[in-house]
Ligand binder design. Sequence first.
Ligand code: NDP
Ligand code: F7E
Length: 326
Amino acid sequence: MTTDLPGPSPESVRPLLSPGSRIFVAGHRGLVGSALTRRLTEDGHEVVTRGREDLDLRDAAATGAFLRDVRPDAVVLAAAKVGGIMANSTFPVQFLEDNLRIQLSVIAGAHAAGTHRLLFLGSSCIYPKHAPQPIREDSLLTGPLEPTNEAYALAKIAGIAQTQAYRRQYGASFISAMPTNLYGPGDNFDLETSHVLPALIRRFHEAARDRAPEVTLWGSGSPRREFLHVDDLASACVRLLEAYDDTEPVNIGCGEDLTIRELAETVREVTGYQGHIVWDTSKPDGTPRKLLDVSRLTALGFRPRIPLRDGIARTYAWWLERHPHG
Ligand SMILES: NC(=O)C1=CN([C@@H]2O[C@H](COP(=O)(O)OP(=O)(O)OC[C@H]3O[C@@H](n4cnc5c(N)ncnc54)[C@H](OP(=O)(O)O)[C@@H]3O)[C@@H](O)[C@H]2O)C=CC1
Ligand SMILES: C[C@H]1O[C@H](OP(=O)(O)OP(=O)(O)OC[C@H]2O[C@@H](n3cnc4c(=O)[nH]c(N)nc43)[C@H](O)[C@@H]2O)[C@@H](O)[C@@H](O)C1=O
C-alpha cells in the first residue's frame, strides 16, 4: 500500500529566479556582464551594478558591505581578470590572485547578505589539456592543465569548489557554468591582451585599410576552438538561472569548433582583406582542442541562435561604429 505524502505547499516552493528579481551583475561593463545586463533588463529584472572605481571586488569587506546593503535576490559573477593566451601566460599572478580574491569576496559576500541564488562563470580552460573530446563536465581534475592558462584555470576550479561548498554546507542554490570562447559587442580589441577573434577582426581591418601585403597571426593555425556569441551565452545563463540547481558545473557552447586557420579565413572574408596570412610559430598554440559536450545544457532546452559568420559580421560592424576612422 502506498500513502500519498503531502507535497510542499505552492508558497513554500521558492522559484529559482522570480520575475522582477533584483540581480547584481558583477562585471557589468565587460563582454559577458554587459550582455547579461541587457538581457536581464529586457526580461524585466532589476539589474544592480557597481563600477570598479566605486567597488573593487577584490576588497572582501567593501564587497560584503555593498551586498548587505543591496540584498540582491540573485548574483551573477561575471567580473574577473580575463584575457587571451598571451595575457594569461604573461601575468599568471594577477590571473590567479585577482580571480581568487574576487570569487572569495563575491561568493562569500552574497551568502552573508542572504542571497540564495548565484551563478559563477568559469571557463572551458578548467579541463585537462588532453581531455577526451567533446569535453564532458566530469573530465574536471582528470589530468594536467594547459600551461599557458594554468593559473587562471586553477582560480576558476577553486570558484567551482566554493559554489559546491556553499551548496553542501548551507543548502545555497549556487551554481557554476563553464563557457567556451566567447565574442561579440563589448569585447576587448587590444592586440596584446585580447582573445583571438577580436584580434583577428582588428588585424585584418587594419591590414585592409593600410593595403598591407600580409598579416601575421600567432601559432600554427592548427588548434581548434569553439566560439559562442555573447548574446547566446546570456540566453544560456538565464536558462540556467531559471532551471538548473545542481552541484556539477554546466558547459556552455554551441557544439561545433573549427581551426584557427579556418577562423582566420572567415574573418578575412568578412573584413574584405585580400593579402596573405603568415603564421608566427614562435607564439604559443595553447590547448590543441577544447570542444565542449553541451548535452547537459541542451537537455534544458538551450539552442544557440547566432551562426558564427553572422556573429563575426555583427561584431565587426559594432567595432567599426566605434572606430569610424580606425
Ligand atoms: N571572454 C571569453 O571568451 C570568456 C569569458 N569567460 C568568463 O566570463 C566572465 C566574464 O568575462 P568577460 O566579460 O569576457 O571579461 P571582461 O574582461 O570583458 O569583463 C570583466 C569585467 O570584470 C570587471 N572586473 C575585473 N576586475 C575587477 C575588480 N577587481 N573589481 C571590480 N570589477 C572588476 C571589469 O571591470 P572594468 O570594466 O572596470 O574593467 C569588467 O567589467 C569571466 O568570469 C570569464 O572568466 C569564460 C569563458 C570565455
Ligand atoms: C577563453 C580562453 O582563452 C584563452 O585561451 P585560448 O583559447 O588559447 O586563447 P586565445 O583566444 O588568445 O587564442 C586562441 C588561439 O588563437 C591563436 N591566435 C592566432 N592569432 C592570435 C592573435 O592575434 N591573438 C590571440 N589572442 N590569439 C591568436 C592563439 O595562438 C591560440 O592558438 C585562455 O588563456 C583563457 O582565457 C580561456 O579560458
